[in-house]
Design a binder for this molecule. Structure first.
Ligand code: APR
Ligand code: ZN
Ligand code: ZN
Length: 400
């Protein structure tokens, strides 16, 4: 195979005889906010219970944007390979991996599922004891090391490149734990399936699993990026009768209308807080609200926009500041509830294959195409980040 060197990695045992170090292109960030540099990185073969994937498509989620900027200082492990929304093909598997083989079509998942711990056995959570999402983790679970290395041009020395969100998909090849990769139907179009590995599953699942939106209900969605619009898709498919979109960027409204949003509020153009307008529009507040911006002020607006007695707020935005929830405990006595949501409360390995099949059969009618607003070659990753930062793209699909 092109690009594979002769050396094997540190005598590591793999079940695949042809598994060798691969030298390939990866988009490396050397310091917060610095442009991505397409470097020649060495990717080790998968160790025990790991899988090496050839990434074919990757898209950019807001969490990548935050990590690239180094918005949370605890997260500053550089050089790093970011990216967590992707699709590809298994290149090789490490010792002990039974459920996947070379050539299988897969999507990586940042919130892993080992299938064997108390959490994975519980119906109450989609977190896993060992492989759950952890933005502060930057090495493999097995040995606490990285599988990537690169030559530092400043001194000619080879150094490790850190992982991100269990996945690191801005690379032609990546290594992930078996728990963080899902085998899907080989007939499914991998470009669209890429979106199911984070944003769309997160948004749709928040409406279906976390909030359990019911027919005829009212919904307010704060932040109309891909995550917020995926919530709108989920709410529309559940038969919500009023779906209010809140965003400070009015360019998002046209797309929102396509995704089933019925009313729009632009807080920048309003003389009173969004929650007051929403309460007027809905006779007292929405049944469900979703916070998809990662802004604490917006989170409070979302919480108080719901109806007292039964209002339900789902937090999807990633909040990086050390500040705490902007609520007075007594406000919870008004009967409003609030909860966070990871990966739409789907158990990735057990449930995603079924969702893929249902999307293909049309049983789940998610407008995946509508979310892909741009497509670019991998080499233009910096441009793709710019598009998301400027609010011009929902998802820019990178072709690797
Ligand atoms: N009020 C309303 N809308 C806002 C505000 C605000 N104060 N600030 C930002 N927004 C809007 C932006 O205009 C944009 O349309 O929120 C949207 C965010 O969308 P994207 O940047 O595309 O982010 P997305 O990938 O959808 O992720 C949303 O979920 O997974 C998390 O980390 C992710 O926190 C992020 C959120
Ligand atoms: Zn994401
Ligand atoms: Zn587990």
């Amino acid at each position: 195979m092109e690009g594979i060197s002769e050396a094997t990695s540190n005598g590591q045992q793999t079940s695949n005889a042809q598994s060798k170090i691969i030298t390939c292109k990866a988009a490396v960030v050397w310091a917060p906010g610095e442009p991505f540099i397409l470097e020649d990185v060495e990717v080790e073969p998968p160790h025990k219970m790991e899988v090496r994937i050839k990434i074919l498509f990757a898209s950019i989620c807001h969490t990548d944007l935050s990590a690239w900027k180094g918005e949370n200082e605890l997260q500053r492990a550089f050089p790093r390979i970011l990216g967590h929304e992707a699709a590809g093909v298994v290149e090789s598997v490490g010792e002990g991996v039974e459920d996947m083989k070379e050539g299988d079509h897969v999507v990586p998942i940042f919130n892993g599922e080992c299938g064997d711990c108390a959490y994975c056995h519980s119906e109450k959570t989609n977190l896993c004891n060992k492989f759950r999402v952890n933005p502060f983790k930057s090495v493999m679970v097995g040995d606490g090391r990285t599988r990537f290395s690169v030559v530092d041009r400043r001194n000619g020395e080879r150094r490790p490149v850190y992982h991100f969100l269990n996945t690191s998909t801005f690379a032609e090849y990546t290594v992930v734990d078996f728990a963080c990769v899902v085998k899907i139907n080989p007939e499914a179009p991998l470009d669209k399936m890429c979106l199911l590995s984070c944003g769309i599953s997160t948004g749709v699942g928040a409406a279906w699993n976390t909030a359990n939106v019911t027919k005829g209900s009212s919904v307010a969605i704060f932040g109309l990026g891909a995550v917020g619009l995926a919530v709108a898709e989920g709410a529309r498919l559940r038969g919500a009768s009023q779906i209010i979109g809140v965003d400070i960027n009015p360019d998002k409204f046209a797309k929102g209308r396509e995704m089933g949003i019925t009313d729009f509020v632009n807080p920048k153009e309003c003389s009173k807080p969004a929650n007051e307008i929403i309460k007027e529009m809905t006779k007292g507040g929405v049944d469900y609200s979703f916070e998809c911006t990662g802004n604490l002020g917006v989170l409070r607006e979302a919480f108080v926009s719901t109806h007292d007695g039964w209002g339900f707020t789902v937090v999807l935005g990633i909040h990086l500041s050390p500040r705490l929830l902007p609520l007075h405990p007594m406000e919870l006595f008004d009967g409003r509830r609030i909860i966070g949501c990871v990966f739409g409360d789907f158990k990735g390995k057990s449930e995603l294959p079924n969702i893929v099949d249902k999307c293909m059969k049309g049983e789940i009618n998610i407008n995946l195409d509508g979310f892909i607003t741009h497509e670019l070659p991998f080499a233009e990753i910096n441009r793709a980040f710019q598009l998301l930062e400027e609010g011009k793209s929902l998802r820019c699909l990178l072709h690797l």
